[in-house]
Design a protein around this ligand. Sequence first.
Ligand code: NAG
Ligand code: NAG
Ligand code: NAG
Ligand code: NAG
Length: 588
Amino acid sequence: MCSVKVISLWILLTTLGSFCQGDLDLYMNSTETRRLLGIVGELYYVRMGIINNYALSFNLPIKSQVKDIYFTWRNLRGAPPDMYYKMSLSNSNTRALKDPKPSIAMEGAVPTKVTAFKVTLECTGLVNAEVDVVLQMNISIFSASNLTTLNIKRKKTCLKGNVNELEGDHNHKIIMPDPADLNVSYTFPDKNKQAASPGGFLSTSTNIFYMALGCVCAIVVLVAFIVLIHYFRSQKSNRNERMSCFCCSETSSSQALSHSGHTYLRADTPNNSVATYGGVRRIFTPILEPNPTEVRSMLKEIHIDRNSLTLGDVLIEGAFGRVYHGTLLLEDEKDLASEQDVIVKTVREQVRADQVEKMLKEAVLMKGMCHQNINPIVRACIQDPSQPFLIFPFATEGNLKKFLQSCKMADITSRYGLNTLQLVYMAIQIVRGVQYLHRKRVLHKDIATRNCVVDNQLTVRITDTALSRDLFPMDYHCLGDNENRPVKWLALESLLQRQFSPASDVWMFGVTLWELMTLGQQPYADVDPFEMATYLREGFRISQPLNCPDELFAVMACCWGLNPDERPKFSQLQVCLQDFYAALGRFV
Ligand SMILES: *[C@@H]1O[C@H](CO)[C@@H](O)[C@H](O)[C@H]1NC(C)=O
Ligand SMILES: *[C@@H]1O[C@H](CO)[C@@H](O)[C@H](O)[C@H]1NC(C)=O
Ligand SMILES: *[C@@H]1O[C@H](CO)[C@@H](O)[C@H](O)[C@H]1NC(C)=O
Ligand SMILES: *[C@@H]1O[C@H](CO)[C@@H](O)[C@H](O)[C@H]1NC(C)=O
C-alpha cells in the first residue's frame, strides 16, 4: 500500500463545455494558486473560451487568515469590447461573513488586457463557521446575444474572535517548568480524572498530579540521588556503567568513520547476533489489536453528530488524508453548550475502504487513555462510513515535526527560538507519554516527532499513527513487501523480524530525540532504505547533531544498542534526561 503522492492532478484534467467562440480567459494566476493551494501553475476556469467544468465544480477552501481572493481575466476578442459581464456574490452565512465585496463594478465590459480583480471576504468574528460563497458571472456577447453563466465556489472559514490574531504575535512567552518540578516520576490518576471531567477532555488540571507527586517524591528523590552518585562515579572511573545514565559513554567516544562523505558513528564491536529478548517479552504482553467490528463499536462509544462539528482550516494534507482545525459543540448535563477547539482527521472523498479501515484501526490505539502527554481520540463521527471524522484534543502549535521545522527556518515567522533546555523538556514529556502507554500494555511502534503534537507552552503529546503514512510519505518506505514502514526509525529486530517490544520503542525514542535536537531533520537522509539493515548491523548510526551536547548524544546512542537488553529502560531515560534538564537549568 505504498501511497504515491498525487500532485493535484485535477488541474491537468481538461474538460469541457463550450463557450463563446474561443475568446475568454478567466483564471487564478500562479501567485494566487500558490497562496491558496500551495501549488505552482495557473488554474483556468475558462481558457480560450473552453470552460473547465472540473475546476468550476471544486469548492475551494479559503483559510481564515486569507481575506482577499484574486481572479485574472481577459477578453481575447480585442477591440471593440463587445463582451459584457454581470456578476453576483452569494453568502450562505451572513452572521459569520460580511457581504463579499468585489473590487470591480457588478456589471460592465470584460477588459481586453490581462487584468486582475479581487473579492474581499471579511469575517465578522462572531461565530465559527464554514461559509459557502458563490461568485456568479454571466458573460454575454453583444453580437451573439447569448449568455453563459459561470459559478465559482469558495468555502471560507471564519473563526470566532480576532481573525488576524495569528499575525504580529512574535513575543510569545513560554513558561518553562522549574527544573525542580521535573524531578519526579509519577503515575497519573487517570480513572479519577476521567470521571471528574466528562466531556471536558481538554482540561488540564494539575492538582491531582501534585497530590500524587507528594507521595512519590520521597522515593524518587532517593533513587535520583543514587543514580546521581552512580553517574559521578562512572565519570570518575570512566567506566561503562550499565545502570548510570550515560551507559554508552564508550560508544560515544568510539571511532567516527567516514561514509559516503558523511561522518557516522560506529560502535567498536559490532554485534551481529540478532537478539533474543524473551526476558522482556515475558513481562510485557501487549494488548491484542482490535478487529474491524471491535473498532467500529469502540468508535460508536464516542460517537457524535456531524452537526456538532465545524471544520476550519486544513492543517496538513496528504494524498488522501486531511487534518483540520475544527470546533466541537459540546453540551453538558445542564444543556450548557460549549465550544472546544479540536483536531479532526479525515479522508478526502473516494478513498479506498481498506485505507479508511486502517486509519480507524490506528486511531483507536489510545482510545480512553488519559495522560497529559498523550493525545488520544476523544470523539468520532462515522455517520458516513466512507468519510469518518476522527476528533482529537487541539494543540495550538500542531504537529511537532512541522513545528520543529518551522522553528528551524530562521525567519521571524517563528515565534520560538528553541534552546536545548526546551528540547530536553519536550523529550522528557515524550518519555512520560510512552511510559504511560507501556503501563497500559500498549506498544506505540512508531514513536517519532510526526506522531506528536505540541502547544504554545511546549507541552508535547503523543498521538496515534492514523494518516501518518499519508501525511509524511518521506518518512515511510516500502521494502518490496507492500507495506509502508518507518524504516529509518525502526530497531534492527523490528526491521528484520517485525519484532516489537518496549526496547524497540526505546530505539525509536532515540531517533526521536535526534529529531528534536536537529529540529526535524530526516534521519539517515542519504542511506538507501534497502541498505538500512546492513548499515545498522555494521554498527553505523546517525551522527551527533551540531550543538547537541555529548551527554545527550550518549543517551541517543544507548537507545541504539543492537541487543535490546542493552538499551536503557524508559525509567532510566527519564531519570537521566531530568538530571540533565536540572543541570542545564542551573546555567540558564
Ligand atoms: C445569470 O443568468 C441566469 C440565467 O439567465 C439568471 O438566473 C441569473 O440571475 C443571472 N445572474 C446575474 C448576476 O445576472
Ligand atoms: C497575480 O495577481 C495578483 C493580483 O493582482 C498580482 O499581484 C500578481 O502579481 C499576479 N501574479 C502573476 C504571476 O501574474
Ligand atoms: C453562443 O452563440 C454562438 C454564436 O452564435 C454559438 O456558437 C455558441 O454555441 C453559443 N453558446 C451557447 C452557450 O449557447
Ligand atoms: C524535587 O522536587 C521537589 C518538589 O518539587 C523538591 O522539594 C526537591 O528538592 C527536588 N529535588 C531535587 C533533587 O531537585
